[in-house]
Design a binder for this molecule. Structure first.
Ligand code: ADP
Ligand code: ZN
Length: 226
C-alpha cells in the first residue's frame, strides 16, 4: 500500500501516520522527523534545512525531494510506504509522480486530515515531544504522568522551536498557500480520503481505516467496470 497523509500542523498527522503505517506494516517516512534529526546532528542537510524550519517556512523543494528519492529506494519500502509531511508543494507532488512512475508504482490513497484553525493553534501551543523516542504529548489533552518526562522511555520532553507562537502562524499560512493546492492536485485524481480530525486518537484512526477500505472498494469496482 502506497499512502500519503496530509494535514495542517497540529492535525495529528504524525500520530495517525504512525498508527496507519504499523497497521499495514509499511514504513512511516516523515520528512519533518528526518529534517529535525539532521538539524540535531548538524549534518550538511541539517544546516541547509535549519534556517527555513525555525522560521516556520518550507525547506527548498530540491532538498526534500532528494531525501525522498534516497528513502524510497530502501529495501523496507518494497511493500509500500506512508509519506508523512511530503509532498507539501505541487512541485514536490509532481516530482513524486515522476519518481514513482519510473518504477511503475502508483499511489493508493491520500489521507487528508481536516481541522479548524483555532483548534490547531490551541493544540500546537501545548505540544511536547520526547527527545529520545519522539513520543508526543500535550499539556492539556495528553499530559505525561510526570512533568517533562516521557512515560514510554523516561527521556526528557521539549517544545519544538517551531511550536512557538509566531512560528505557528507562519506554518499555518504556508499550509494554506502551498499545501492545500496539493490536496486539490490529488482530488482531481480521485485519491483523497478526507477525515474529520477532531476526536479521540483511536476514533480518528478508525475513521481513516474505514476511508481506506471504502477507497479500496471503490478502486476495485472501477477496475471491474473497465
Ligand atoms: P508539522 O506538519 O507539524 O508542522 P513536520 O514535522 O511535518 O511538522 O515538519 C516540520 C518542518 O519541517 C516544516 O515546517 C518545514 O519547515 C519542514 N518540512 C517538513 N517536510 C517538508 C517538505 N516536504 N517540504 C518542505 N519543508 C518540509
Ligand atoms: Zn520517550
Amino acid at each position: 500500500m502506497n499512502l500519503i497523509i496530509i494535514g495542517p500542523p497540529g492535525s495529528g498527522k504524525g500520530t495517525q501516520g504512525g498508527l496507519v503505517a504499523k497497521r499495514y506494516h509499511i514504513p512511516q517516512i516523515s520528512t519533518g522527523d528526518i529534517l529535525r534529526e539532521a538539524v540535531r546532528n548538524g549534518s550538511a542537510l541539517g544546516l541547509k534545512a535549519k534556517a527555513s524550519m525555525v522560521r516556520g517556512g518550507l525547506v527548498p523543494d530540491e532538498v526534500v525531494i532528494g531525501i525522498i528519492e534516497d528513502r524510497l529506494i530502501q529495501r523496507d519500502c518494497g511493500k509500500g510506504f506512508l509519506l508523512d509531511g511530503f509532498p507539501r508543494t505541487v512541485a514536490q507532488a509532481e516530482a513524486l509522480e515522476r519518481m514513482l512512475g519510473k518504477r511503475g508504482l502508483v499511489l493508493d490513497h491520500v489521507i487528508n486530515i481536516e481541522i479548524e484553525m483555532e483548534e490547531l493553534i490551541r493544540r500546537l501551543r501545548g505540544r511536547r515531544t520526547c527527545s529520545r523516542c519522539g513520543a508526543m504529548y500535550h499539556l492539556l489533552s495528553n499530559p505525561p504522568k510526570k512533568e517533562g518526562i516521557c512515560d514510554q522511555c523516561g527521556g526528557s520532553l521539549y517544545e519544538r522551536d517551531d511550536d512557538k507562537e509566531e512560528t505557528i502562524r507562519s506554518r499555518l499560512d504556508v499550509y494554506s498557500q502551498q499545501t492545500e493546492p496539493v490536496i486539490q492536485y490529488y482530488a482531481t485524481q480521485g485519491l483523497v480520503r478526507s477525515i474529520n480530525g477532531i476526536g479521540h486518537i483511536d476514533d480518528i484512526f478508525h475513521r481513516i481505516l474505514e476511508a481506506i477500505e471504502e477507497g479500496e472498494d471503490y478502486a476495485k469496482r472501477g477496475s471491474h467496470r473497465s
